[in-house]
Design a protein. Structure first.
Length: 81
């Protein structure tokens, strides 16, 4: 499976493919609170676990930073329940 890259200046985690990308976007609400806002996987790549890999990587990073984690993205909410 492809590698998840963190692009902090763009506030996202991404998996790059030859002609597409899967993305987990976030917003820093303040110095200690993060909101994961959107997950996207191209139609042709869905069902292969890429969204889950993005979310698990993003959440692990946020926990390492000791951020309070919020999720306005319904998919990320499933991992916080």
């Amino acid at each position: 499976m492809s590698q998840v890259l963190h692009q902090p200046h763009q506030h996202r985690f991404v998996i790059n493919f030859e002609d597409n990308e899967a993305v987990l976007d976030y917003v820093m609400l303040d110095a200690k609170r993060i909101d994961f806002t959107h997950t996207f996987v191209p139609t042709a790549l869905r069902g292969k676990g890429y969204a889950e890999k993005l979310v698990r990587t993003g959440l692990a990073w946020a926990r390492e930073q000791e951020y309070e984690i919020l999720a306005s993205c319904w998919y990320v909410q499933k991992f916080l329940a």
